[in-house]
Design a protein around this ligand. Structure first.
Ligand SMILES: Nc1nc2c(c(=O)[nH]1)N[C@H]1C(S)=C(S)[C@@H](COP(=O)(O)O)O[C@H]1N2
Ligand SMILES: [Mo]
Length: 434
């Protein structure tokens, strides 16, 4: 045991401290893992590596790539075992293997707060939202009036944190180190934002929105977050003011009694504890706007460098991504397992997913999975398939989605930026057969 730990720590430390030397030592000069190094890596991983010959030179196995810190889990009434990302403010990520439901139940819904969670409203029906700024008639509407005056719609909508996938960046970017689990696809009921905006009467000058909620920043100085978007997104049919989640009142943690849902764009636009929307002639300047917040470089910048974000652009539609939900990272399967039914979800911001491919031989061959169409626009898509395993041993399931414009998840997170947006590299899950 102690021997095995030594090997594991040394491989990890070597790669962290001196990747070039690690490569030379572990892989040899010709770049093929062999002999004693191969045996040592196999021992570290807990099984032989049947596809060792197709392992790209210098690749750190997924089983070792996760760092040594054991994750902490959320323990909260009404919530599943989510991975803690931080206690103040409270942030928690859904493990990929808990994202198997087509409609994400409330207990498995990731948590992202920028400030403190407000106390529940004494009388939710009396909760009011305001619509003002560049409109002909500013409105104040109670939850009851919203329900009574406008058509109610029910849609499955994915809502993903702008920083989802951030942990894929090297060097580390600032913020919660999300894996792929800051994503949800619940069934939301509410009214279309555009119907409410039309009722207020948009002026020609109304080009942008600004969103406000009832929570305050942990410093108690000002709002937790206040973002806004182009009017075109506000007028899309799937942008809604939600009053029910999965047929129930919205849980307090997720923005009760009224929240916005702006599917496909950074989750930060989906204002929780929603109180007010302003219409503006110029982009909104609330907390979380401008600089490097929710913005990406137009041209690549040097990873790790400082930048004011002067020529960054606002992040809009989120990039294509996939999760594997049938097998957790590190799963052990009985000896002799030669075929595996696998499945997961995939989504692509405002676009759809046209393909999901899986490799079990370190990317040498890829197999097309079956991808279901979304039940409605902006819902995630179920993918399923079967993979063959030639023998017992250590395997990695690599999975990568392609969006409807032909863009694939890249091999490594691209376009590094200080606050870590847009990382959507191919994911790798380690499994051990036997
Ligand atoms: N009022 C308010 N709305 C908010 C936030 C917040 O901190 N306060 N966080 C935003 C961010 S960054 C995301 S990703 C989503 C997360 O929603 P959830 O906690 O329901 O998953 O809510 C958004 N809306
Ligand atoms: Mo977010």
């Amino acid at each position: 045991m102690s021997n095995r730990r030594t090997v594991e720590r040394s491989v990890q430390e070597l790669y962290r401290d001196d990747p070039e030397r690690a490569d030379a030592l572990v892989w040899g000069r010709r770049g093929t893992l062999k002999g004693a190094a191969l045996a040592a890596m196999g021992a570290t991983l807990g099984g032989s590596i049947p596809f060792a010959r197709s392992m790209p030179s210098g690749l750190l196995p997924a089983a070792l790539a996760q760092g040594s810190d054991a994750p902490q889990f959320l323990q909260m009434e009404g919530k599943a075992r989510l991975i803690m990302q931080g206690a103040r403010p409270l942030n928690a990520e859904t493990p990929e293997s808990l994202l198997d439901d087509d409609v994400t139940p409330a207990d498995k819904f990731f948590i992202r707060n920028n400030g403190s969670v407000p106390e529940p409203a004494a009388d939710p029906r009396a909760w009011k939202i305001r619509v003002d700024g560049e409109v002909n008639t500013p409105l104040e509407l109670s939850l009851g009036e919203l329900e009574g005056r406008f058509e109610l719609v029910t849609r499955r909508l994915q809502m993903e944190c702008g920083g989802n996938g951030r942990s894929g960046f090297t060097p580390q970017a600032a913020g919660n180190q999300w894996g792929n689990g800051a994503i949800s696809c619940a069934e939301w009921t509410g009214v279309r934002l555009r119907d409410v905006l039309r009722a207020a009467g948009l002026k020609d000058s109304a080009k942008f929105t600004g969103h406000h909620g009832a929570d305050s920043h942990l410093s108690a100085q000002g709002p937790a977050i206040s973002r806004g978007m182009r009017i075109e997104k506000a007028m899309e049919e799937d942008t809604i003011i939600a009053i029910r989640m999965n047929g129930q009142p919205i849980p307090q943690m997720h923005g009760a009694p009224v929240r916005m849902i702006v599917p496909g764009w950074p989750g930060s636009l989906s204002q929780k504890w929603f109180t007010r929307i302003e219409l503006k002639a110029e982009p909104h300047r609330g907390r979380g706007m401008g600089g490097t917040s929710y913005r990406e470089p137009v041209r690549p910048i040097v990873p790790g460098s400082r930048n004011t974000g002067a020529d960054f652009v606002d992040m809009e539609s989120m990039p294509v991504r996939s999760v594997l939900t049938s097998h957790a990272h590190g799963a052990r399967l009985p000896a002799g397992t030669r075929g595996l039914d696998i499945r997961g979800q995939a989504w692509a911001g405002d676009l759809t997913v046209s393909a999901v491919h899986v490799s079990v031989d370190f990317g040498q061959s890829w197999h097309a999975m079956t991808v279901n169409p979304p039940p409605n626009h902006h819902a995630w898509q179920r993918w399923t398939g079967r993979i063959a395993l030639p023998s017992d041993g250590y395997f990695e399931i690599w999975y990568r989605a392609t969006d409807s414009r032909g863009r694939m998840q890249p091999h490594a997170a691209a376009n590094w930026n200080p606050q870590g947006y847009g990382a959507n590299p191919i994911s790798r899950v380690a499994i051990l057969v036997g």
